[in-house]
Ligand binder design. Sequence first.
Ligand code: GLC
Ligand code: CA
Length: 570
Amino acid sequence: MTQNLAATSRPAAVPAAVPAANASGSRGWWRDAVIYQVYPRSFADSNGDGMGDLPGIRSRLPYLRDLGVDAVWLSPFYASPQADAGYDVADYRAVDPMFGNLLDADALIRDAHELGLRIIVDLVPNHSSDQHEWFQRALREGPGSALRERYHFRPGKGANGELPPNDWESIFGGPAWTRSANPDGTPGDWYLHLFAPEQPDFNWENPAVADEFRSILRFWLDMGVDGFRIDVAHGLVKAEGLPDIGGGDQLKLLGNDVMPFFDQDGVHEIYRTWRRILDEYPGERIGVAEAWTPTVQRTANYVRPDELHQAFNFQYLGTAWDAAALREVIDVSLDSMRPVDAPTTWVLSNHDVTRHATRFANPPGGTQIRTPGDRELGLRRARAATLLMLALPGSAYVYQGEELGLPDVTDLPDEVRQDPSFFRQAGQDGFRDGCRVPIPWSGTEAPYGFGPTVGGPSWLPQPAEWASLSVDVQTGDPTSTLELYRSALAVRREHPALGAGTAVTWLDTPEGVLAFRRDSAEGSFVCTVNTGAEPVRTTAPGSVLLASTEVVVVAGETVLPADSAIWWAV
Ligand code: GLC
Ligand code: CA
């Protein structure tokens, strides 16, 4: 049966136009930016030590410009003992020698700007490394030290203080408290760490902490960065008195329920002060919240007009490959952001979750998947999911390697794993190394151009099949995933109906199919997505701009192949 794609719903009311935010008349580059996440360890290794670095990234900037992204977000490259791959920062104003130095950072930022790319750096304000000077001094100086007030030190419970101060559990598993030793070696107070014991939480009630981070923001803004991705943005403020949670599986509550250490209303005052600093600088510097909250509506609080600019849409990332579920999360996301006038964001992968090519190859089951599943199916769906994501109104995030269609590496031997959550297995994550394997650029032998020497090292081993997924192999092959991304990003830039926006018009579709229209004065656009396993016959809504798989249109009719997405010019 041929199904007509008729409009069934009008776009929801859109607020009156907000005045242009900059001289060029556009409303802010970040409202429709495609932001590419670089994981510095695994992008490009310039000196052959097996670890990616800043000069490596710098040498590959032209690749990112040609790919067609607007900005690059760099995961942390600061001085760090690497207990959590750099999310344990010992010095917020220094580059870890394994990644280079400040001159390399400066050169990277300058080159990026020359190529028209913006740079967003990661900021980790919830906790420092236990090797941070403040924490080391707090330990050395013992109870009573003013430095202890900058973290959460508490005496233990029990006759001899042998029990943790409350019942909070670490996100990585085990208690969220570790007992410190007094300067004389006897057991002392406990300190709070929502993540690994090497990541003590800052006490944001202490003015010295707030002052220090305002200064760190300015340091990097003065270096020329265009914005910050704020790590654990929902965690900085803890409920007064650090109350027990009491019973239940705390990890299951995370992100679903209000927790005394997450999404406390007090965090918003911090972002208001940060926004004022960002606005002091020219060129629209932005803040992006990594905030895991129970609902998209709660996430919207982080992007109110006087707070941050964007927040990751993790509800979207966690949605299964299912038309009805996708339609619902898209509507809820757009509806939640409209009242605060912030762009909706879309993200499928990052350095903390199983790559979406592998998630979609398996039955739905969370974001830490251990089986390769049906690879061909996963890739078909991943390609379609990308076209869907890039057609939606707002800003999108691409994680390095997804443009190559890389699967997660699910069979890494335990001995090579480095993710601290793997070693504290009762925790939430556990298998994050699988999405952190260095990406393949060229050649037939590992490290496939990741490092300069054929046969040279890479900090995690790459699968042999990755030779056929390299940038070189995929370049120029019109059927490759890399060329699909390049084309999609080019069309997205050119088409007047794509990019920023606040609504889509859903079209009537059979079960398992999504179709929506986006309109502009200069032309309309339709995206059709079939998440089902059977092809669906339909009228063609226009002419094909781009498709995730082969499509044929005959006499105005077409078939939407199983697990596909098609972009149409109307
Ligand atoms: C964020 C990071 C993750 C890290 C954690 C602790 O969730 O994305 O990689 O382990 O914060 O800093
Ligand atoms: Ca290196």
